[in-house]
Design a protein around this ligand. Structure first.
Ligand code: SF4
Length: 383
């Protein structure tokens, strides 16, 4: 195994939202200001205690996700980012993203984020149709989004992502096109376009019969292709199955995941991958606060990755990128040629026109992208 040092990222999980959306299976809950302050303190302690054991690590991306990080009281996000800067080596061009939901930010918070070094904002819009938003349990209207987006632009943020959702119950091609065109009018640098997944245990999944019909698989694919076409016509490159951007505005944090880089995860339910060990923090916010974020207590499910685990992750994460995986990168990481490990799987999928070689890269074809989960499952070694 080669010993190359890969760049590292930091993911911070903020498990609070104003209100729980009906389809949400993320760790998120409403909470009062005292709990949020206590959580912030515990989080800062987890970062400090971790960095004490792993000093001098170079961090190239920070992503504050949730939940809704923008519901944190004034000062918290600044304190968290200051701690990261004190404890780790943050590269000068690190991309620092915060997820914000429309209606939860104001000028003062945006000023704090800017001063703390945040240089990318990700807005969870999902739909420009207020009826769809209301049905999903979102707290905002499209007008709230336009206002929040305008404030972010005025505050000097020039790298903005907008999340758009397809396969919403009752959604049709026309309403999705309406959302996409309204988003185009705002001209964000980046758009993430995911299909709604019915997750077991969510309110929506438990009460699906009370909601309008969910677009079926065929319509979901048509929605995907329409999204791709409209975004391409408007100058957005698809660089990952569900992510599009203007040239040079890729999300470096997500690229780090897809390139199977290493990252720390801090906060409740945050996952990390460091030195061949994958971990996931405990999900109980109260227990996390009581443990003051002590990594020895809050780290859970620590799994040491085998070479086979790493290879299959490299494959199915890397194949999400439209450029595919770099076969030389595979050899450099694992000390073996990709064809030695996956000869049969590669040959079969190329014959079925689901995979193709492109110079140093192996990538999914358009047909392969349509059934990517099936193709990726061929690369699992450890079943
Ligand atoms: S805003 Fe996002 S994280 Fe919060 S409840 Fe809704 S879907 Fe879940």
């Amino acid at each position: 195994m080669m010993n190359k040092t890969y760049e590292k990222g930091i993911y911070i999980h903020i498990p609070f939202c104003v209100h729980k959306c009906i389809y949400c299976d993320f760790l998120s809950t409403p909470a009062d200001a005292d709990i949020k302050h206590a959580y912030c303190k515990a989080l800062i302690n987890e970062i400090r205690m971790t960095a004490d054991k792993f000093p001098e690590q170079l961090i190239t991306s920070v992503f504050l996700g949730g939940g809704t990080p923008s519901v944190m009281p004034y000062g918290c996000i600044g304190d968290i980012l200051d701690t990261i800067k004190q404890c780790f080596r943050l590269s000068d061009d690190a991309q620092i993203t915060i997820e914000c939901n429309p209606g939860t930010i104001d000028k003062k918070k945006l000023k704090e984020y800017k001063a703390a070094g945040v240089n990318r904002i990700s807005f969870g819009l999902q739909s420009a149709d207020d009826t769809e938003l209301k049905m999903l349990g979102r707290i905002h209207t499209f007008a709230d989004f336009v206002e929040s987006y305008g404030m972010a632009r005025e505050a000097g943020f020039n790298n903005i992502n907008v999340d758009v959702m397809s396969a919403i119950p009752g959604q049709n091609m026309t309403s999705l096109e309406y959302t996409l065109r309204k988003v185009m009018e705002m001209s964000p640098q980046h758009i993430s376009a995911y299909s709604l997944i019915l997750e077991e245990g969510t309110y929506l999944a438990d009460n699906i019969n009370d909601y309008p019909e969910v677009p079926d698989e065929d319509m979901d694919r048509q929605m995907y292709h329409m999204t791709r076409r409209i975004l391409a016509e408007n100058g957005y490159d698809r660089y990952e199955i569900s992510n599009y951007c203007r040239k040079g505005y890729e999300c470096t944090h997500n690229l780090l995941y897809w390139n199977r880089g290493e990252y720390w995860g801090f906060g409740c339910s945050a996952a990390g991958l460091i030195d061949k060990k994958r971990y996931c923090n405990i999900r109980d916010v109260g227990a996390y606060i009581r443990a003051h974020g002590n990594p020895e207590i809050v780290r859970d499910n620590i799994e040491v990755m085998s070479d086979a685990d790493e290879m299959e992750e490299f494959m199915f994460l890397g194949l999400r990128k439209i450029e595919g995986i770099n076969i030389y990168d595979f050899r450099q990481r694992f000390g073996k040629n990709i064809d030695e490990i996956y000869e049969k799987e590669i040959k079969n999928n190329i014959e079925k026109k689901l995979l193709e070689r492109n110079g140093d890269f192996l990538r999914l074809t358009e047909k392969g992208l349509d059934i990517c989960n099936t193709v990726m499952s061929d690369f699992i070694l450890t079943v």
